[in-house]
Design a protein. Structure first.
Length: 144
């Protein structure tokens, strides 16, 4: 199985030749800050099955135990690096994020309590024709 992914601008790309491991969302404060959101959605992969196919990720040692990889050009969070055997990649950086459905939540003590209300939030759509006016500069969800 070949699974691909990368950053928003396309400067950094990767391929995983193997099965994905555990998918999770982490509510810790470091993940909240690293992802700029209420949690960090991550899925594990074997380091031996991960190949960087374009560019080089920049890394930040967010603690004495973990480095976080990201694109230095566009800022996309890419990895959570904690082991010599396993690495977590951000689910949103996968070309097909539906391949990684979280099965566990971590650090729920830091959870932003308002996330419970997300399913009940009003759905707001832009005016007709809005999307036709957008010229995306985002890299497509496939290797180029």
């Amino acid at each position: 199985m070949s699974i691909t992914g990368g950053c928003q601008c396309g400067a950094v790309r990767y391929r995983i030749e193997g099965e994905l491991g555990r998918a999770s969302i982490c509510h810790c404060r470091m993940c909240q800050k690293a992802f700029g959101g209420p949690f960090g959605p991550l899925v594990s992969a074997r380091i031996s099955e991960l190949t960087w196919t374009r560019g080089t990720r920049k890394r930040f040692a967010s603690s004495n135990k973990v480095e976080r990889g990201f694109c230095a050009d566009c800022g996309t969070p890419l990895t959570f690096e904690y082991s010599d055997t396993w690495i977590d990649v951000s689910i949103g950086s996968l070309d097909d994020p539906s391949l990684a459905v979280p099965t566990v939540q971590l650090e729920v003590g830091s959870r932003m309590t308002w996330t419970d209300s997300i399913p009940g939030l009003e759905h707001v759509l832009p005016p007709d024709g809005y999307y036709e006016t957008i010229q995306s500069r985002q890299h497509p969800d496939f290797d180029t």
